[in-house]
Write a protein that binds this ligand. Structure first.
Ligand SMILES: [Zn+2]
Ligand SMILES: [Zn+2]
Length: 244
């Protein structure tokens, strides 16, 4: 009942074209869905970026970077064209309801891997409170909430915190970017609370909207590991195809 009232107040919109979709129809127009490029099955074993068919197990990035704090990455779409516009709408134009469809697609494309990882919890990449005030919500947390519901796992939105506002520094090397980001992160009150209960999750799915250089995921995973988390899988909706 409640969801039907919400549907009348906020008629469902297609996350690709932002047009209205009939109530009880799929969340995304089938024709719009076909415009998107799935990452496919030939992907890097570490980060989930597409690799040329039959190529090495790891992408150029991952094979040159060495050890990382997360074990595996999964994503759904290549970050280009229509899904890029959808993500902009989701992040900057208050279309937070798109998150339900993103999580649905993530589960449809990567459900086996996500379930097979046997996680104890889902944790979103945090954003700084200044961004949160401006945007109204943390986009990663919205996806994480829907994914956690689908996987029937707890979601800890306040396990990691962003304590400093960082500007993207493209001129920095990947290693320097990770170090900078790590300094901007800290364990949140939920990490402390769970530690005291001896309930620190051992296996965590870390969620963000987009994977590009991987430095955000690396920094967050490293901080998660420092709290006692042993295994991290990273899940995103979009992934860049290029290498930095
Ligand atoms: Zn559409
Ligand atoms: Zn990779």
């Amino acid at each position: 009942m409640e969801s039907r009232v919400l549907d009348l107040l906020y008629p469902p919109r297609c996350p690709v074209c932002d047009g209205l979709v009939p109530i009880r129809a799929p969340r995304c127009h089938p024709a719009c869905r076909t415009k998107l490029t799935p990452v496919g099955t030939d992907t890097c074993m570490r980060c989930g970026k597409p690799v040329p068919e039959g190529a090495a197990e790891y992408c150029f990035d991952c094979s040159s970077k060495g050890e990382s704090s997360f074990e595996r990455g999964v994503s759904v779409f290549l970050y280009e064209g229509d899904i890029r516009d959808s993500m902009v709408c989701f992040k900057f134009h208050r279309r937070e309801e798109y998150a339900a469809w993103y999580a649905e697609e993530l589960l449809a494309a990567q459900g086996t891997a996500l379930r097979g990882f046997a996680a104890d919890a889902v944790i979103p990449v945090p954003i700084h409170r200044r961004k949160m005030r401006h945007r109204g919500y943390n986009q990663a947390e919205r996806i994480a909430r829907n994914l956690a519901d689908g996987l029937e796992l707890p979601m800890y939105a306040d396990y990691l915190r962003r304590n400093r506002f960082t500007v993207p520094q493209k001129e920095l090397s990947n290693h320097e970017r990770v170090r900078n980001l790590m300094r901007a992160l800290e364990r949140g009150p939920q990490a402390e609370w769970l530690r005291k209960q001896h309930k620190t999750p051992r296996r965590v799915i870390l969620v963000d909207d987009i994977y590009t250089t991987g430095s955000t995921m690396e920094a967050c995973s490293a901080v998660l590991r420092s709290t006692g988390v042993e295994h991290v899988m990273v899940a995103t909706i979009c992934i860049g195809g290029g290498y930095v």
